[in-house]
Design a protein around this ligand. Structure first.
Ligand code: NDP
Ligand code: PYC
Length: 347
């Protein structure tokens, strides 16, 4: 059986996924508050059918901890450099707790100023961004999030890695019963985690996902992991990847993907650096006319769905409903690796 095969695998409830993740992260030496926050992001990934950022990330997080590339008990420190700006120094810890620390302040500042930004600095980042923009959209705010990673991705027209997989996430609030409109994708053809899952499963990848170390096209995931990934959309994705480097690197005084991978020193740990999150209160521009204009946004969503196209995140919301009712299935080889990891940590 290969990893990711739909109906096969080990059936787990979401609570079982959560307690497995918490157990392994604590056994790996992560402080309890970080372990809980990090576990929650893995549950969210698994629940939404995002295997590349689900429970698989336990292996990645444990390696990052074992290599000493994350501060296990870091205490995030919040500062407010300006009325509409907040900053959380994550102290070298995983990003989740830093976001939890900054979120209430970001929301309050966006409501007070109409627009506000939160910089997370000095955090180790391995997660999907949609949980963050979805949480802000659930507060009635429009949200954007950006983070660089490690230099794994070649610029369009080049062959050597400069960019990270550099995701961009966007959230837009919608009236109940509609969940927020959310998209969140890497500016590379796919997330690196997806290529890693193909390598684990022994599956070839499409030829446009990356090139080998000699700059030649390849469908071998291991060769791409040793070579360079490609940006999506040619020069357009390349420019967006550069933008993510700039706004979530130098603009907030943090690392670029090239600097992050240099700091890694071959440990194969998760990226170290920053994240920029922007929140906009629609009432800031629209005042009492908010409802009237958000209805016009709904017309656009209807026009998309009316022709059989789907909204980004609709698959994930459906997967969430299914997982809440039925639990999830973890590929057997992955589950075995996680149990072996747990055994090695508790031996
Ligand atoms: P995908 O290429 O799968 O694209 C994801 C987004 O596109 C989702 O919002 C998805 O919605 C939407 N989408 C996919 N297919 C369609 C379609 N046919 N019609 C409409 N919308 C569609 O994801 P990536 O591989 O690029 O990224 C996966 C995750 O990896 C992201 O969550 C990202 O944050 C994370 N990541 C994190 C990094 C980090 O440094 N922390 C680095 C890189 C990636 P749906 O979910 O409903 O399918
Ligand atoms: O899958 O590209 C990725 C990734 C990088 C950091 C976290 N996820």
């Amino acid at each position: 059986m290969s990893e990711g095969d739909g109906q096969q695998g080990v059936a787990l409830t979401l609570d079982e996924v959560r307690s497995l993740a918490r157990r392994v992260l604590r056994a790996a030496g992560l402080a309890g508050d970080h372990a809980d926050a990090v576990a929650e992001t893995m549950v969210a990934g698994e629940r939404g059918g995002c295997a590349s950022h689900g429970i698989y990330r336990l292996l990645v997080a444990a390696n990052t901890i074992a290599k000493g590339k994350v501060v296990r008990d870091a205490v995030p420190v919040l500062t407010e450099p300006a009325r509409a700006l907040a900053r959380v120094d994550g102290g070298g810890g995983f990003a989740q707790l830093a976001f939890e620390t900054g979120k209430p302040v970001l929301v309050a500042k966006a409501r007070a100023c109409g627009i506000a930004a939160l910089a997370l600095n000095h955090v180790v980042h391995f997660a999907a961004l949609w949980p963050e923009v979805e949480a802000l959209a659930a507060e009635g705010l429009v949200a954007l999030a950006f983070t660089p990673s490690h230099a794994w991705v070649a610029p369009a027209g080049g062959t050597r890695p400069v960019f990270g997989t550099n995701p961009i996430a966007f959230g837009w609030p919608r009236a109940a019963p509609n969940p927020p409109f959310v998209f969140d994708f890497a500016t590379s053809m796919v997330a690196r985690g997806e290529i890693e899952l193909h390598r684990r499963a022994g599956r070839a990848v499409p030829e446009d996902w990356g090139i080998d170390a000699e700059g030649q096209p390849t469908t071998d995931p291991a060769a791409i992991l040793d070579g360079a990934m490609r940006t999506f959309g040619g020069h357009k994705g390349s420019a967006l990847a550069a933008m993510v480097e700039l706004v979530a690197g130098p603009l907030i005084g943090d690392l670029t993907s090239v600097e992050s991978i240099a700091a890694d020193g071959g440990a194969g740990a998760s990226p170290l650096g920053g994240e920029l999150i922007v929140a906009i209160d629609p009432a800031g521009f629209l005042g009492d006319a908010v409802a009237e204009h958000l209805v016009r946004a709904e017309s656009m969503f209807s026009a998309i769905e009316a022709q059989g196209a789907r909204l980004p995140s609709s698959r994930r919301y459906a997967a969430r409903a299914r997982s809440l009712a039925e639990g999830v299935r973890i590929p057997e080889p992955l589950y075995a690796d996680i149990l072996a990891l747990e055994a090695s940590l508790t031996a």
